[in-house]
Write a protein that binds this ligand. Structure first.
Ligand SMILES: NC(=O)c1ccc[n+]([C@@H]2O[C@H](COP(=O)([O-])OP(=O)(O)OC[C@H]3O[C@@H](n4cnc5c(N)ncnc54)[C@H](OP(=O)(O)O)[C@@H]3O)[C@@H](O)[C@H]2O)c1
Length: 279
């Protein structure tokens, strides 16, 4: 019987997940289909009941439902529990298991390049939802974090949360500083660049050995990443994080390794189809 998967969110029209997962099923000859559904906030509970009743084997959850859906789960994995948010649901004979692959997806996307994370230094720009997931996952891997946010109160709160789970983190002003001189990983998690606007400060003086990541994937290269590349750093855009959170959801649902190359290619094809791609 064909297995049904989906992603729910609002808006959802531009989600790249259906293309990524369906390409994976095709590559491995898996009899499954992945759809997308727009779900308004007040309809979330009904939508969850509907997906369960229709026998969907699993679904991804994106904004604005990641936190609200927690209360409709029968159980949570430790990852979802820690994040206080669910991005992946598995329907196990009618029992809904809430999981979160965002943080680990990010870790997977950088760990090969960095050859281990423990004891290394990461600077995070931004302290919103995405930053929280990434920060918690990196802290759990033993990285030392420094978090800068336009609104410093939010960076401070995030640092307190990290301390409460035994992690190491400090926070500072959203501006250039000594932190540029000695770091292993720099992650740009703010929404600056989504509309091709320039990043508000220069990375001049950055440690050239650092891996620099922007989690934005459209455009594929933000002005932030362009500057980091020009200054001699290795760079990575947000496509890899998207890919690995999807691959981990795949593994959670199907119990086998996801075909990464086919899924990555599908993401790129979808982006280059013009509708999404911002030159
Ligand atoms: N690659 C992936 O798989 C993936 C996954 C999730 C999200 N993302 C991307 O990550 C970005 C953030 O998402 P989110 O869910 O974390 O959003 P969010 O919770 O709304 O947080 C937005 C963050 O951006 C900062 N910000 C916004 N405008 C700014 C400006 N003009 N100057 C400085 N800082 C500014 C905010 O700072 P304040 O607190 O000071 O307002 C906050 O830290 C988006 O671009 C999203 O597309 C990518």
């Amino acid at each position: 019987m064909e297995k049904q998967f989906a992603v729910i969110g609002n808006p959802i029209k531009h989600s790249l997940s259906p293309a990524m997962h369906n390409a994976g099923y095709e590559t491995l000859g898996i009899n499954a289909e992945y759809q997308r559904f727009r779900v308004e906030e007040h309809c979330l509970e009904e939508a969850v009941k509907g997906l369960r009743a229709l026998g969907f084997a699993g679904w991804n959850v994106t904004l604005p439902h990641k936190e609200a859906i927690v209360s409709f789960m029968d159980t949570l994995t430790p990852e979802a529990e820690k994040a206080g948010a669910v991005n992946t649901v598995k329907n196990q004979n009618g029992r809904l298991i809430g999981h979160n692959t965002d943080g680990k997806g990010f870790v997977r996307s950088v760990e090969n390049d960095l050859r281990g994370l423990k004891g290394k230094k990461a600077v995070l720009l931004g302290a919103g939802g995405a930053s929280k997931g990434i920060a918690m996952a990196l802290a759990q891997q033993g990285m030392n974090l420094h978090i800068l946010n336009r609104n410093p109160e939010k960076a401070k709160t995030l640092v307190q949360i990290i301390h409460s789970v035994g992690g190491t983190a400090t926070f500072g002003e959203f501006e250039p500083g000594d932190w540029l001189e000695n770091l292993d990983l720099l992650v740009q998690t703010t929404s600056v660049g989504l509309n091709k606007e320039p990043f508000p400060f220069s990375l001049e003086g950055i440690d050239k050995e650092a891996l620099v990541v922007d989690i934005i994937f459209n455009p594929l290269e933000t002005s932030f990443l362009r500057e980091a590349k020009k200054l001699g750093c290795r760079t990575q855009n947000g496509l890899e994080m998207l890919l690995y959170q999807g691959a981990l959801a795949w593994e959670f649902w199907l119990g086998e390794q996801a075909p990464l190359d086919a899924m990555r290619q599908a993401l790129k094809n979808q982006l280059f189809q013009g509708m999404f791609y911002k030159e």
